[in-house]
Unconditional design. Structure first.
Length: 49
């Protein structure tokens, strides 16, 4: 299992993180949240029926 942490610094230039996401991340940092999770779907098959 890869235990490297992805930080805001690492992903701020990542195209799949929107401006809204960036604002939400910064808000979370100001609120001293412990974790911010990223979840994404690669295909519609992952949704099932």
């Amino acid at each position: 299992m890869d235990t490297d942490m992805l930080t805001y610094q690492d992903c701020r230039k990542t195209p799949w993180i929107t401006e809204t996401d960036k604002k939400d991340i910064l808000f979370g940092i100001k609120q001293k949240v412990n974790f911010i999770a990223l979840s994404f779907v690669r295909s519609l098959k992952q949704f099932g029926k």
